[in-house]
Design a binder for this molecule. Sequence first.
Ligand code: PLP
Length: 394
Amino acid sequence: MKKFNPASAVQDLKQFGEFGDVNPSVTDSATYTFMEAKTMTDTFHGETEGCYLYSRHWNPSNKYLAEAIAAMENTEAAWTTASGMAAITSAIMQICSAGDHIVASVTVYGGTFAFLSNYLTKFNVETTFVNISDLKAVEKAIRPNTKMIYTETLTNPMLKVSNLPALAEIAHKNGLKLLCDNTFTPMIITPANLGVDVVVYSLTKFVNGKNDCVAGAICGSAEFINSLCDVNVGTAMLLGPVMDSKISSSILKNMGDLHIRMIQHGKNAQYLAEKFQAIGLKVTYPGLPNFADSELFKSMMNEEYGFGGMISIDLKTAEYAAEVMEKMQIEGVGYLAVSLGYFKTLFSNSGKSTSSEIPEEIQKEMGLSEGLIRFSVGLDMDIERTFEKIKKCL
Ligand SMILES: *Cc1c(COP(=O)(O)O)cnc(C)c1O
């Protein structure tokens, strides 16, 4: 069987506009007209093909982007959201009701951690956080009322790799859904091919790659995506986290070169990781041979896309990390900023920024050092030069 290739799957889509425009026309309409009243009623009940009713539900621009994301993720369907958090929260709330329970990786994105531990509890949905690499602990945490296992392919910011096939097996054996945030590894890993039921994204990061908007997506079976958009009980329909159609047309264009960007992010990150290691820094990067989960990562990856753009280094103290980051910004290495997947290099101290929602004792437990700098390595043409700049700042 021919191996699945996400970039080819996206390339094979024939998406063009009503005038043959190679970029599908942007639909800037909130509502849609019908020639016959009955077609409107049928559309409302989801019984028509190719008809649009109202943009919170579906609109053509969002449909094009959703198709491209579903093609990349090899899922039947997808839905686009106004942010990554909108994707995560909608998907979770679609599956869980009051009294349900979730097993989640302790090393998830700070916003996701806060949502699970502080917000969902308001609706009596409880989460047990586990070390997701400890499969026995995952199984042990499952209760009769557990509905899902939630993880990230490559966790933030510790870059721990989730064993997706093993987690899928545990989930399905227990009648649970496996949800996975694939924000760090688009193209590189295709979670649905490894048994994941629902893949969520912050498109804000690598997929869009321009840092000009926030956006997200949910990918899964047609049945699940339809349930999200159901006019009576769909979370996406009723909470209304819809993506703006102008944003979706912009992201769709940026997806056209995502595969090239991922390869270049990966090449540059591989170079920096090896150099950091050679000068004695404590560095975490999936492409290093001594990376703890290297074999697991390799067993899951679409190998032509490299090991991704995320590196973390441990500078021990927050003070030293701050000093180095400020110097790197002055030297022109990139920006001291949260977020990732940008064409310029971005760096931040995770414990003091994107993971600051996670209580300090849990940060310690997950091995998050206060001096950890997370790099999102950019698309630099001359990465040797970038390394020389960084070296000057250490
Ligand atoms: C940024 C991020 C999110 C949240 O996405 P937004 O687009 O900012 O809402 C979720 N998960 C991961 C891994 C992220 O990096």
